[in-house]
Design a protein. Sequence first.
Length: 418
Amino acid sequence: MFDLDRWNEIMQTITRNRTRSILTAFGVFWGVFMLIMLTGGGGALEKFIKRNMDGVATNSCVIWSGRTSEAYKGFRKNRAWNINNRDVEIIQDRVKGFDAISPVLYGGWSVRDNNVVRGDKKGTFRVQGMNANYNKINRQKMMFGRYINDIDVMENRKVCVIGTRVYETLFTAGEDPVGQSISVDGIYYKVAGVGNGSDNLSFNGDPRETISIPFTTMQQLYHFGDRIDALFATSQPNIAMSEVQQQIETILKSNHSIAPNDRQAVTAFNLEMLFRQVDGLFLGVKILAWIVGLGTLFAGIIGVSNIMMVTVRERTQEIGVRRALGASPLSIMSQIMSESFTITAIAGFLGISFGVLGLQMVDLGTGVGAGGAEGLFQIDFMLAAIAALIIIMLGTFAGLGPAFRAMKIKPIEALSEE
């Protein structure tokens, strides 16, 4: 049951030492505030990066051809070579542990001005040849229609998926482009869909300014033969992408008479390793935030404990009188611990409140939560609960030393002190 008299007594004691209590409580407040702000800020950065990589398979890699750095089987070094359709067939047949493989054709880097036309609207955009499996590796965010499918690839269909900026250039806002024709480099394609993948995973320019067609169609119409510019691959669950990558590289080197130890002939970008490094980085950020926040909080708690020691010393005669009048050691101890807990709790919960408010202000200031989107600068309820639990525990422990000292005060000795 709540003891109103005890609460009033505690608040009177705190008020009597107002300046000292405020300065002591500020250390606790600042420690909790720093913990909330640092963990919230670190979490916001992590959410921002992962939000921009949303839809990208974390267990994927990209492999493309380079130039040989060693002479091998009669071939000189610095020889150029290309991945081809036969490589893909062999990889699908022999490689174990892969989930999806998608050949990609970029079609060179030269783009003619106004190479894309629809009626009186035109623009300059890059073309790339894609496979249906690419949607499993870098999931496309479709505004209209669908992505390239297996039938499009098998039948060399003249269909395309356009980026959002291509759509804005060639069509009016809200117009459904699916089934309509556009001219790309003088060749007409029907629009199958509008969309783009992750803005931060692009090897051929901004995906919003790209036109994707079946890679077999691009090989045929642009006279690339069976050439492929890059291979995207994902591994099955619980299988490391590095193992699959090694198998693919071995097959490519064998097919094209490349020395097994040639490190430059086959170039790979392993996204699985990248995501692991990112996760490790943010784990370090979280640990650092907790170290800084808890270190500051502990300093504040030590201040609370010290100030309670001083309070016990100043109230030695008062405690002696209470003991002489029959107050039990337990009641003396509970009073000191209650005062310590109250100072810590008030400062700590104010730190949590102002920390959450500060994160909300940053969230509104940066505009990341505008338009109904979930804000980045937020903390989980579990983190706030853990912080509250830490405050309660530390507030209790801060008063233990002073409380035991007060409990050991003998009435006769206390009354005899000046």
